[in-house]
Ligand binder design. Sequence first.
Ligand code: THU
Length: 160
Amino acid sequence: MRKSELRIVHFEFDNIGELQKEDRELVLAARKASKNAYAPYSKFHVGAAIQLENGEIVNGNNQENSAFTSGLCAERTALFYANANFPDVAVKRIAVTAENSSGLVLDPVKPCGSCRQAMVETEMRFQKPIRIILDGDGKILVFDGVDSLLPFAFKPDSLD
Ligand code: THU
């Protein structure tokens, strides 16, 4: 028997002003994207913005449905749009934010398991880690890759 421990590294910032310029701009793009969320059921408006390797920025937001499971999270809306329209361009970073009825959430929004899995696939597809920026009013969390958010992930080589 062997015991092992995983180290999960992330960076914490007190506010958007502390972020490096590219991260800050992406968070602002995500905040803007959250305004177009279609979330009549949860009233939880999530925005995601992706910066591609070529500098292009694409956005997404959550798209809900009265048949609840037919809706999609902001992260996957943005990721799938990016991969659908720029199939040869790696995803460099993604910023995610959310607003509830009181405004920007205090605690940074955390991507759901399915969105983390979709991020893993995109990292594997382009062989590049994705920088993940999770926005909140109280703090902003930054991860250098999805491994820290979804350790022990199912990956393409799991199929071998
Ligand atoms: N949601 C996202 O879009 N991203 C997240 O990271 C968390 C949850 C959406 C799904 C649903 O439309 C609403 O937020 C409430 O769960």
